[in-house]
Design a protein around this ligand. Structure first.
Ligand code: SF4
Ligand code: SF4
Length: 510
């Protein structure tokens, strides 16, 4: 994303980087709960996979927690009303994306009553069949709250089928400026540990290893206290290093096992979830409440009162910022708006963009935080190579991509790049390395889609050709059969007539 001069540069002795984390004072402030806004803007695509499909009509009254859009397809998640009110529109709104493009969404006008639907929780989730836990999590629309927003039930059910043995819990929160997971672990450790135990039950995994970066001592203490007495939940402090929260890095640090290139964690018996997801899952299963709110960190030099705010999904970022105390100097010094973290989050064009299930942060940066420099030629210092957590050669890959030699970039490991930005962060020449990789991955994905379309077209043409040939063959066979039958019938008739004629000729002979 190019926020390279935000941090002091300290190279790690191994992979990754050690940026200034900018987490305090936001992390130390008590959570503030934002009242329900007058209108909520709910994109149908808040998760990885297929968008949800509206099941409500404009003008319809709904209660808090009521289903308003159902999941579509194998990988998808439903969306529920974050408060009671009236469906005002099913329309397009600005997506939480740098493009400023629009997304289909439902707009809900709050009625102020905030009245729940009837809730059907379960007092003893451990008595439920694991598949039933997965169904309840799916119905509640729980998705990964660490940012990826992958539907959690799909992951749980997949892990159960793959017979994973280890649940890795991501409490790393390695992105600078963000502290919502830290705050959640300090304030709701018992609920998170309960959620982790329900995840163990649902997946069949034997043990949960909870990785928490060692720059969060209060969260580590709270989680250790909550997990005391549960042998299956082990709290493991890990060094603060970006991108510790990346799936493959966290697994390797906690288990010592490397996920193979092109492989998935399940291939080595591991599943990864975020600590916030564990709490949302627990709420869904024990209380029957769908995912309709989350903690969001408001931070950056322009934020008047940095902190963590509990927000209903669908609340506009501008209203969250106003509730959080507004921008310093009425936002005159604002240079960049970001949703998510500064390394892997998204720059947004304006604040009229809603919080979605995966929104971990709303960051208001001033010019000092985002000043960018013109890139200089590579000095072949190899800092990018040392920093890469995936052991890649960023400078070599970028030079291949500049020459559009994508095949060679793939041979160098482009597909393993997690777009973490460490290489660009440490580059003294300020070469926007990660932008090359994101661009190349986009190109390759487009080529893959075109190839899939081409393959599908070829397959259809082949099937049509085979069908036409088969039909022609069957027609010819049927014709030949009919002709043979006609000929046989004619021959039989001729023989019968000949026999009859011979018989009548013989009657006159004495
Ligand atoms: S090459 Fe990819 S994975 Fe390696 S540091 Fe750069 S962005 Fe991260
Ligand atoms: S860090 Fe930058 S200057 Fe150094 S080798 Fe990599 S691309 Fe070149």
């Amino acid at each position: 994303m190019g926020f390279m001069n935000l941090f002091k540069h300290f190279l790690g002795d191994d992979w990754g980087v050690h940026p200034d984390d900018h987490k305090r004072p936001a992390a130390d402030q008590a959570v503030r709960v934002m009242p329900v806004p007058a209108k909520l803007y709910l994109p149908l695509q808040q998760h990885l996979g297929g968008p949800a499909r509206p099941v409500v009509l404009v003008g319809q009254k709904v209660k808090k927690g009521e289903l308003i859009a159902e999941a579509q397809g194998m990988v998808s998640a439903p969306i529920h009303a974050p408060t009671s009110g009236t469906i005002a529109a099913v329309t397009e709104i600005t997506a939480p994306h740098p493009s400023g493009l629009t997304l289909p969404a439902i707009i809900l006008e709050a009625d102020g009553a905030d009245e729940w639907i009837d809730l059907h929780g379960c007092a003893d989730p451990f008595a439920l069949d694991p598949a039933e836990v997965g169904k309840r999590v799916a119905a509640a629309g729980v998705v990964g709250l660490g940012g990826a927003a992958f539907p959690s039930a799909v992951k749980l059910i997949g892990a159960s089928k793959a017979k994973v043995t280890t649940l890795v819990m991501n409490g790393g929160e390695c992105e600078p400026y963000l502290s919502c997971d830290d705050r959640l672990m300090r304030d709701a450790a018992a609920g998170i540990v309960d959620g982790i135990r329900i995840m163990l039950h649902a997946t069949g995994a034997k043990v949960a290893l909870v990785g928490i970066e060692d720059n969060k001592p209060e969260a580590i203490a709270a989680m250790q206290a909550a997990a005391a007495g549960f042998d299956t939940v082990q709290i493991r402090p890990v060094p603060a290093r970006y991108p510790m929260g990346s799936e493959k890095q966290l697994i390797q640090v906690l288990t010592g096992i490397e996920v193979p290139a092109d492989g998935r964690p399940a291939d080595i018996g591991v599943i990864v979830h975020n600590v916030g997801t564990a709490l949302a899952l627990r709420t869904a299963v024990r209380e029957g409440k769908p995912l309709i709110s989350r903690l969001v960190t408001v931070n950056g030099n322009c934020a008047s009162q940095p902190g963590n705010i509990e927000v209903r999904v669908g609340t506009l970022a501008e209203e969250v910022i106003a509730f959080a105390g507004g921008l310093k100097g009425d936002g005159l010094g604002l240079a960049r708006r970001v949703m998510g973290g500064p390394m892997m989050g998204m720059q947004i064009p304006h604040w009229r963009v809603p919080v979605v299930k995966g929104t971990s942060g709303i960051l208001a940066f001033d010019a000092a935080e985002v000043a960018e420099q013109e890139p200089n030629p590579c000095i072949r210092c190899s800092s990018c190579v040392k920093a890469c957590p995936m052991g890649l050669l960023p400078l070599e890959m970028s030079s291949r991509i500049r020459n559009e030699a994508y095949g060679e970039a793939i041979d160098l490991g482009l597909k393993d790049c997690i777009a973490c930005g460490c290489c660009a962060y440490v580059c003294p020449s300020k070469i926007p390395l990660v932008q090359y990789f994101v661009h190349a991955k986009g190109e390759l994905a487009a080529q893959d889609r075109a190839k899939l379309r081409g393959d599908a077209t070829k397959k259809l043409a082949l099937q049509r050709q085979e069908r036409l040939e088969r039909e022609a063959r069957e027609k010819a066979e049927a014709n030949a059969k009919r002709k043979a039958e006609r000929e046989a019938a004619a021959a039989a008739k001729a023989a019968a007539e000949a026999a009859a004629s011979a018989a009548s000729a013989g009657q006159g002979v004495v």
